[in-house]
Design a protein around this ligand. Structure first.
Ligand code: HGY
Ligand code: MN
Ligand code: MN
Length: 408
């Protein structure tokens, strides 16, 4: 049903917006991000969709057909060290499926609204675009800032989107959301599977740890008179695994991906230090226990002196998200049709836009294998045959789901 050559060519063109060797750097609201969104809007228009960039940068291509409609897409922004397929794969699948269905007489009546969300990766605040579409944005999000201190509100002004209407979910039209994504982990490839049908998305929490000591001369300050914020932060970091490992389940993960010593000079004892502990698990009760263990460790390390240690949520907790059973069933049938015996149901250890959209729409996801399980790295890649097959599975699942919706 889909045009594999057109799909791959489109992915290669999208890759060109912010290309860095094999990878891509296309942070939200950057010039290359906005250029990519303008290109996606024009591609959606050429495909026969009523497309526009909305007030938070979402690119929304509405099918000319009346509902019931499925929303199909992903995010087109990337991590600072991003791969060419994270997000982009699902965006180009949504465009290809919407276009291919309109091209074929037996599916030309079906409605697929294609989307490219803004800021799933959290350059400012994760899942900004899908949260807007779901009607869940609060004013606070417009104050969220990127690493350079620019707020969402200032960025929207800079890219000329202030006053542009935001597109919201239409409950009278939209019957669900489907997203395809690279797995970003090793499980499909290592088991020889070609397709993953996602059953749930992990819950994600992040805690900011802030250490306050006393800045001083690194040479003249005797060791017993220092309040070295860096040393205290490393003490916390070194003990963290011993506190979390006993609480961990089979898929629990945690990462300190951000750490800072201030003022950050070799001959100055850092007076301030901070890090972010991000932790994920399918079970919210376990995440709660991990949160308590992190807070307890911080209080204990701080209590030993001479520095103070505080913790605070880095963002609102993201609860585990269960995929919609009926949509999962359609994707299972499609997977069996196109990858018989070589597909598996699996949880997602990565966060995705259905974490927000599932509050307003039934959602489901499908994965294709990542080579070497690598992602969030320039080396991220997938085999072209897997890319094309994944789009065929998604298209088949869309047709099954819309057929069921029409018959409902
Ligand atoms: O971090 C995540 O899980 C997502 O890829 N942003
Ligand atoms: Mn990502
Ligand atoms: Mn992603």
């Amino acid at each position: 049903m889909i045009d594999g050559g057109r799909l791959i060519a489109g992915l290669q063109t999208l890759r060109g917006f912010g290309a860095r060797g094999n990878g891509v750097v296309r942070p939200t609201f950057s010039d290359v991000d906005m250029a990519a969104r303008a290109w996606l809007r024009d591609e959606m228009l050429a495909a026969g969709l009523d497309a526009r960039i909305d007030g938070v940068g979402n690119v929304v291509g509405r099918s000319p057909n009346p509902g019931p409609a499925l929303v199909v897409g992903s995010h087109s922004d990337t991590q600072p060290t991003g791969g060419w397929l994270d997000g982009a794969l699902g965006v180009m699948y949504g465009l290809e499926v919407a276009r291919a269905l309109l091209e074929h007489p037996d599916t030309a009546h079906l409605a697929v609204d294609a989307v490219a969300w803004t800021d799933e990766e959290g350059t400012y605040t994760s899942c900004l675009g899908s949260r807007s579409f779901a009607g869940r944005l609060t004013d606070a999000e417009f104050d969220a800032t990127d690493a350079h201190g620019e707020s969402v509100a200032e960025a929207l002004r800079r890219v000329g989107l202030v006053g542009v209407e935001r597109v919201l979910v239409d409950p009278a039209r939209h019957v669900g959301y489907l997203e395809a994504h690279i797995e970003q982990g090793p499980w499909l490839e290592s088991a020889g599977n070609l397709i993953g049908v996602v059953t749930s998305i992990v819950g994600i929490r992040a805690t900011a740890v802030t250490v306050t000591g006393q800045q001083n001369h690194a040479g003249t300050t005797p060791m017993d008179r220092r309040a070295d914020a860096g040393a205290t932060l490393f003490e916390f970091g070194a003990e963290l695994p011993r506190r979390l490992a006993p609480l961990a389940g089979p898929t629990t993960v945690w990462t300190i991906g951000v750490a800072e010593l201030r003022p950050g000079a070799e001959s100055i004892i850092p007076g301030a230090a901070s890090c972010v502990v991000q932790f994920r698990d399918p079970d919210d009760t376990r995440l709660e226990a991990m949160q308590a263990a992190i807070d307890d460790l911080a209080a204990e390390v701080g209590g030993r002196g001479p520095c103070t240690v505080r913790t605070a949520p880095r963002r609102a907790p993201i609860e585990p998200t269960i995929m919609d059973g009926a949509l999962v069933g359609h994707l299972r049938a499609a997977a069996e049709a196109h990858a018989p015996g070589r597909w598996v149901e699996m949880p997602s250890a990565a966060g995705h836009d259905p974490m927000e959209l599932a509050h307003v729409l039934p959602c489901a996801m499908v994965f294709i294998p990542s080579i070497g399980g690598v992602s969030h790295d320039f080396a991220e890649d997938s085999h072209h045959a897997d890319i094309v097959r994944g789009c065929e599975v998604l298209a088949d699942g869309v047709v099954r789901a819309l057929g069921a919706a029409a018959g409902a």
